[in-house]
Design a protein around this ligand. Structure first.
Ligand code: UD1
Ligand code: CA
Length: 463
C-alpha cells in the first residue's frame, strides 16, 4: 500500500539565525526541502503533505514542480502539533504514514524504504528511525527498556544520565494511521519547551501496550539534522564527499577531491579532470575530456568536449564548444558563446557575445554585445565600446578579420570580412570587407633628439 508522507517544514529554524526559513537554506546549491522531497519521491507516495508556517509562500515557490499538498501551521507549537494540522490527510491515508523533517537532507530513499518494510514486518503502531551519534547533543535520546524503545527524551528534558545516551531519534517515523490519529490527541505540552512533541507518541504507544519498533540507521550521516550553520557545513562536507566519489566512479579525475565543489545538478563527462579549488555550480555540464585548472568557478554553463579552462576563470551562463580554451584569469559573463577551437586568454572579459569557431582573443580585451565570426584575431587590449552612457550597442566582426592591438571599436559598428584594423585604431564607422582601417597620428621622427638630451644630463651629473 502506498505510504502517505508528511514533511514538517513550518519552523523558522531559530538556530540558523537567518531571515531565510531553514527549509530554503542551500546545500550544494540546492534547497534543503528539495533533498527531502527527492528522497521521498521513489517511495511512490499516495500523497505528500508539507506543513508550512514561516514564509510559506517562499518555501512553496522552491517546491515548484513537486506534487505536494500544503498544510498550514499558523503557530509553531511543536512537531506533534505540526502533524496534527495534517489530520484530514492522515484520516484519508490508505497505507502507513511516514513523517519526516525538512532538515534531514542526507537521508536516502533506500533507508526510508527499509523503515517502511521494518514497520510492516513488525506490525508496529509506530516505527522510529534511530542513529548512533558520535555527538548526540541537540537530538532526542532513545530510552530503551528490556523490550525495546520505551520513549524519547528531548535534550532539554533529559537527565544527566539520559544525556549520555548516544542513540538518537532521527526524526523519521512510520505510523500506523489509526494509532497516529489517536496519539495526536493524546500529546501534552508539559515539558521544558512547552511544545507538543511528536516523539511523545512512542511513550503513548507503550502506555497503550502497542508495538513500538525501531530501525537503526547504519549510516549516521543520513540521520543528520540541520539546526545551525555549523550543521550545514558538516552536511556540505558529507555531501561533497558523496558527490565527488560518485563522479570519480563515473570516470572523472579529481586529484584533490576535498577541495572541489560539484553542485547537485552538475554533469561531468568521463576523462575530464577537475583540479583543486574548483567550483562547478548550478546547471553546469562538462563534456568528455575537459580540464578545469585550479581556482576556477563555472556557473550554469555548458562545456563541450576537450574544453580547457585554465587557472582562475569565472564563467557564468555561457556555452563553450568543443576544444575551446579559456584563461588563465578570464571572465565569461552571461550570454557568452565560444565556438569550437576558439581561444580566450588572460585578462579577457566577454559579455553577451558570440565568438566564432577558431577565433582568438588571447590577451587583455573587453568584448561586449559583439558577434564575432570565424578565424578572427582580436589583438591585445582591444575594446568594444558598447555603452554610450545610455544604451548598449552591437559590434559585428565578420569572418577572417584581424583586429590589431589596442583598437577601440565604437559600437554600433560592423567590420566586413577579412578586413584589417590597424593597431591603435579607433573605429567609429563601418569597415567594408577586405579593407584596412587605420586612425593614428602620423609618426614623426626627430633625429638625434634623445641623444642630445642624454648628453646634456650627463654633463650636469644627473643620469
Ligand atoms: C527533533 C526531535 C528530536 C530529534 C530531531 C532529529 C521533536 C520534539 N524533537 O528535534 O527528537 O532528535 O528532530 O533531527 O520532534 N517543525 C514544524 N512545526 C513546529 C516545530 C517544528 O513544522 O511547530 C518542523 C521544523 O521546521 C523542522 C522539524 O519540524 O523541519 C523539526 O524541528 P526542529 O526544531 O528542528 O526539531 P529538533 O529540535 O531538531
Ligand atoms: Ca532539527
Amino acid at each position: 500500500m502506498r505510504p502517505t508522507v508528511i514533511i514538517l517544514a513550518a519552523g523558522l529554524g531559530t538556530r540558523m539565525r537567518s531571515a531565510l526559513p531553514k527549509a530554503l537554506h542551500l546545500l550544494a546549491g540546492k534547497e534543503l526541502i528539495r533533498y527531502v522531497l527527492d528522497a521521498v519521491k521513489p517511495l511512490g507516495p499516495g500523497k505528500t503533505a508539507v506543513v508550512l508556517g514561516h514564509q510559506a509562500d517562499r518555501v512553496r515557490e522552491a517546491m515548484d514542480g513537486y506534487a505536494v499538498e500544503i498544510v498550514h501551521q499558523a503557530e509553531q507549537l511543536g512537531t506533534g502539533h505540526a502533524v496534527r494540522q495534517a489530520v484530514d490527510i492522515i484520516a484519508a491515508a490508505e497505507g502507513p504514514v511516514v513523517v519526516l523533517c525538512a532538515d534531514t537532507p542526507l537521508l536516502t530513499p533506500g533507508t526510508l524504504i527499509s523503515l517502511i518494510e521494518a514497520h510492516s514486518r513488525a506490525k508496529a503502531a509506530v516505527t522510529v528511525m534511530t542513529a548512533m551519534a558520535e555527538d548526540p547533543a541537540g537530538y532526542g535520546r532513545v530510552v530503551r527498556g528490556r523490550s525495546g524503545v520505551m520513549r524519547i527524551v528531548e535534550e532539554k528534558d533529559a537527565t544527566a544520565a539520559q544525556k549520555k545516551i548516544r542513540e538518537v531519534n532521527a526524526g523519521i517515523y512510520c505510523f500506523e494511521k489509526k494509532f497516529l490519529l489517536s496519539a495526536l490527541g493524546g500529546i501534552r505540552n508539559r515539558n521544558a519547551q512547552g511544545e507538543y512533541y511528536l516523539p511523545d507518541t512512542i511513550a503513548l504507544a507503550r502506555k497503550k501496550k502497542l508495538k513500538v519498533a525501531a530501525v537503526l540507521c547504519t549510516d549516521p550521516d543520513e540521520a543528520m539534522g540541520i539546526n545551525s550553520r555549523f550543521d550545514l557545513s558538516q552536511a556540505e562536507m558529507v555531501l561533497q564527499a558523496r558527490t565527488n566519489l560518485r563522479w570519480m566512479l563515473e570516470g572523472v579525475t579529481l586529484p584533490d577531491p576535498a577541495t572541489v565543489f560539484i553542485g547537485a545538478d552538475v554533469v561531468i563527462g568521463r576523462d575530464s579532470i577537475v583540479y583543486p579549488n574548483v567550483r562547478l555550480e548550478g546547471n553546469t555540464t562538462l563534456g568528455e575530456g575537459c580540464s578545469v585548472y585550479p581556482g576556477s568557478r563555472i556557473v550554469d554553463s555548458a562545456l563541450g568536449s576537450g574544453v580547457v579552462i585554465k587557472d582562475c576563470c569565472v564563467i557564468e551562463d555561457s556555452r563553450i564548444e568543443d576544444r575551446a580554451s579559456v584563461g588563465p584569469f578570464a571572465h565569461l559573463r552571461p550570454g557568452t558563446v565560444l565556438g569550437a577551437g576558439s581561444r580566450v586568454g588572460n585578462f579577457v572579459e566577454v559579455k553577451k557575445s558570440v565568438i566564432g569557431e577558431g577565433s582568438k582573443a588571447n590577451h587583455l580585451a573587453y568584448l561586449g554585445d559583439a558577434t564575432i565570426g570565424r578565424n578572427v584575431n582580436i589583438g591585445a587590449g582591444v575594446i568594444t565600446c558598447n555603452y554610450d552612457g545610455y544604451q548598449k550597442h552591437q559590434t559585428v566582426i565578420e569572418d577572417g578579420v584581424f583586429v590589431g592591438s589596442d583598437a577601440q571599436l565604437v559600437a554600433p559598428v560592423r567590420i566586413g570580412r577579412d578586413a584589417l584594423v590597424a593597431a591603435g585604431t579607433t573605429v567609429t564607422r563601418d569597415v567594408p570587407a577586405e579593407a584596412m582601417v587605420i586612425s593614428r597620428v602620423p609618426q614623426e621622427v626627430r633625429e638625434g633628439v634623445a641623444g642630445r638630451r642624454k648628453r646634456m644630463k650627463q654633463k650636469k651629473g644627473t643620469r
